[in-house]
Ligand binder design. Structure first.
Ligand code: CMC
Length: 378
């Protein structure tokens, strides 16, 4: 086909690049499946560790398999001292920049780094999943002038996240919220960060490269950064009475309501329904039901947009939940990233299994045959 007649797929909207059996999004009905299991079943019945196993290995574990896997995860949570030193050096950077740099640096200490076999990639994915909460919490403490806390091998990843962040054994109800939040973020089709990870893997770069890319791509407000923006929006709205005016003013000035809209879901994102219930309960428990009420008012005002397929997404309620758990706002995206490491790993494994270089094309619309003038004559 001549270059003039090529069809452009801007944003790769509706373009399918391969097959997967890792996750499926039914955007019309608002359903999400990991390895064939409905997220609604997994969110209320499984620990994050169980879901990591499912996503990375393809099947739900038996009790014995889970036990072994949990031990493997827990024995891999520490990070090497030189990586802690790097975190100290760059402590003033955004937590996602620190996470990206630390994951990249971990490759220098991983014996499997250049081994792209499925076994080694799984081992690395397990290690990176275990190490991500340690990086994020170590950085959060270091920048506050506190000592990082060594992970407790008796605690789950979610409990360790809160323990290493605050230095106290966490309330099991808070742990359950973070655990479910990690489950809900674990895998999600060909989202932008997983696509980024797959592009890296398609060149036969290793898992550390792919996960570093995933973290980089996740950072933007159109992807993982929305939870933080939703909390800022809730604070700007300030009270239920102001929600309608705020939403209308934002939309009429061409702005977007953060935590709304999705490339694939045209119905409500099912993940947001779980977080909605959790936020309501947490707000009541903490004596701060206001944030839930403000967000619900935004949902009400946005109802007419539902017809256009613009509904609340996973980021809409999660920010207020983290806020009520006293988690600093610039850590919100990092929580998403911790949850997503298993998904990136699973997709890299799939990419390696039947690899093809991901190399689309751009239609050239610039000048041709321009007269070249030497630098001294320009
Ligand atoms: N508020 C108001 N209008 C919106 C919104 C929104 N949040 N999202 C989409 N629209 C409108 C948009 O203005 C456009 O209208 P029109 O056709 O009249 O120009 C139409 O919907 C289509 O928008 P689009 O940008 O072409 O759609 P997209 O599929 O490229 O965008 C999105 C998806 C997530 C980038 C977008 O919905 C958005 O910017 N949302 C706010 C940011 C956000 O919440 N991101 C988190 C996504 S979920 C977490 C994750 O999985 O990454």
């Amino acid at each position: 086909m001549s270059e003039d007649r090529v069809k452009l797929y801007r944003g790769l909207r509706e373009v399918y690049i391969d097959r997967t059996n890792s996750s499926f999004i039914n955007g019309k009905e608002g359903k999400l499946y990991y390895r064939g299991y409905n997220i609604d079943d997994l969110a209320v019945n499984c620990s994050f560790e169980e879901v990591i196993y499912l996503i990375m290995k393809g099947a739900l574990p038996t009790l014995k398999q889970l036990d072994q896997f949990v031990s493997e995860l827990r024995s891999n949570m520490t990070i090497p001292e030189p990586v802690l030193d790097i975190i100290k050096t760059i402590k003033n950077a955004h937590p996602m920049d620190v996470l990206r740099t630390a994951i990249s640096a971990l490759s220098a200490f991983d014996d499997d780094v250049n081994d792209n076999s499925a076994e080694a990639t799984l081992r690395k994915g397990t290690r990176l999943t275990a190490q991500a909460p340690t990086i994020v919490t170590a950085h959060a403490r270091i920048r506050d002038g506190l000592e990082p806390i060594t992970p407790d091998p008796e605690l789950s990843l979610a409990a360790n996240f809160l323990y290493m962040l605050f230095g106290e054994k966490p309330d099991p109800r808070d742990v359950a919220l973070i655990d479910k939040d990690f489950v809900l973020h674990a895998e999600h089709g060909l989202n932008a960060s997983s696509f980024g990870a797959r592009v890296a893997a398609s060149t036969q770069a290793d898992l550390h490269c792919a996960v570093t890319t995933g973290v980089a791509v996740l950072k933007g407000p159109s992807h993982g950064g929305a939870a933080e923006s939703v909390m800022t929006m809730s604070q700007e709205i300030g009270s239920v009475d102001n929600a309608e005016k705020y939403v209308k003013d934002t939309l009429s000035s061409g702005g977007r309501i953060m935590g709304f809209g999705h490339r694939v879901y045209k119905a409500v994102d099912p993940r947001s329904l779980h977080l909605q219930d959790d936020l309501k309960e947490l707000g009541e428990r903490k004596g701060e039901p206001k944030w839930y009420s403000i967000l619900q008012s935004v949902v009400e005002v946005m109802k007419p947009y539902s017809r256009k397929g613009i509904n609340q997404n996973v980021d809409f309620f999660s920010g207020a939940m983290y806020f009520l758990l006293n988690i600093p706002e610039d850590l919100f995206i990092s929580i998403f990233a911790i949850g997503r490491v298993p998904g990136w790993t699973a997709q890299v494994l799939e990419q390696f299994e039947n690899n093809i270089l991901l190399r689309p094309r751009l239609k050239y619309v610039g000048d041709l045959d321009r007269e070249f003038i030497k630098i001294e004559d320009r």
